[in-house]
Design a protein around this ligand. Structure first.
Ligand code: GA4
Length: 325
């Protein structure tokens, strides 16, 4: 099948050459939260990959599927009805444009703050229902995020179990929620190339918890630079180490580079909770991790990091700017 793309289209989207066949990895660590070895496996996964899958997470399936179906309803609305709640600066509906510096992907999304009260009265056909489902979902996910962060602290043998989780529980926590919709791209097939849904990047926050429907697309970059595809699993959550956690562990945990490719046949819907600290929080390696070693990073607050981040392109190495020479 030969498809000619118009110049405008080929320029608008970035393609990934030679990404087929991709390795569907069976090496991605799986952590059963109900098992006693969870904390050890989490630490190992954060060091080796900065990424792992969580099962027996305790989030009821209805809480997930009801929000998912409401989100699908929202994205199926005509563009002009979705654009009522855009552009996403700082929060709201976004289409193809990611961030403020010209990044483009085959994606439409909702970006929401988890603390600020949004005026959700304009979101979709049943905004009350949407608000209620969102609140239920976010409180379950935050609970799981804190449980995982406490297991990390225990696994790292840090006395203060809530060193990380207290930053998400704080009323001032600057956490974000995102719903990404990647339409099937069969209308713009590209020979042996896949279209980028969301370009490669690391997450700036502490931890990210992702759940997607049964459509693949997520890929992570291993430390040696190889990209592997993450097999989809709609019943599980996928956890990312973010830049801030890499700094707090003085580089022991690895902030994982990841990206999403669109699927030719099925649309993908993912919902991600990005757990961030309060704006004035100093992001610095924990003394108990350092054990006399020097910090690899300059001192900065989350607000300084965040402001810097919003001036960068998606694929930029943001942490590099804060490394000590
Ligand atoms: C990546 C993680 C989160 O989705 C996000 C993204 C943000 C945005 O979409 O506006 C950023 C991106 C993310 C990192 C670099 C900057 C900011 C787009 C971009 C080019 C909401 C976040 O916090 O950082």
């Amino acid at each position: 099948k030969v498809v000619v793309l118009s110049k405008a289209t080929t320029e608008q989207y970035s393609n990934i050459k030679n990404c087929m066949p991709t390795t569907f990895s069976s090496t991605i660590p799986i952590v059963d939260l109900s098992k006693p070895d969870a904390k050890t496996l989490i630490v190992k996964a954060c060091e080796e990959f900065g990424f792992f899958k969580v099962i027996n997470h305790g989030v009821p399936m209805e809480v997930i599927s009801e929000l998912e179906s409401e989100a699908f309803k929202f994205f199926s609305l005509p563009l002009n009805e979705k654009e009522i709640v855009g552009p996403p600066n700082p929060f709201g509906y976004g289409n193809k444009k990611i961030g403020r510096n010209g990044d483009i992907g085959c994606v439409e999304y909702l970006l929401l703050s988890t603390s600020q009260e949004h005026n959700l009265s304009l979101y979709g056909k049943n905004p009350e229902k949407f608000r209620c489902l969102l609140n239920n979902y976010m409180s379950s996910i935050r609970k799981m995020a804190c449980e995982i962060l406490e297991l990390m602290a225990e696994g790292l043998k840090i006395q203060q179990k809530d060193v990380f989780s207290k930053l998400l529980i704080d009323k001032q926590s600057d956490s974000v929620f995102r719903v990404n919709h990647y339409p099937a791209n069969s209308k713009i097939p590209v020979n042996d190339q896949s279209l980028i849904g969301f370009g490669e990047h690391t997450d700036p926050q502490i931890i990210s918890l992702l759940r997607s429907n049964n459509t693949s697309g997520l890929q992570i970059c291993l430390k040696d630079g190889d990209w592997i595809s993450v097999p989809h699993d709609q019943k599980s959550f996928f956890i990312n180490v973010g830049d801030s956690l890499q700094v707090m562990t003085n580089g022991r945990f690895h902030s994982v580079k990841h990206r999403v490719l669109t699927n030719e046949f099925k649309s993908r819907l993912s919902m991600i909770y990005f757990g961030g600290p309060p704006l004035d929080e100093k992001i610095t390696p924990l003394p108990s991790i350092m054990k006399g070693k020097e910090s690899l990073y300059k001192e900065f607050t989350w607000s300084e990091y965040k402001n810097f981040t919003y001036g960068t392109k998606l694929a930029d190495n943001r942490l590099g700017h804060f490394e000590r020479n």
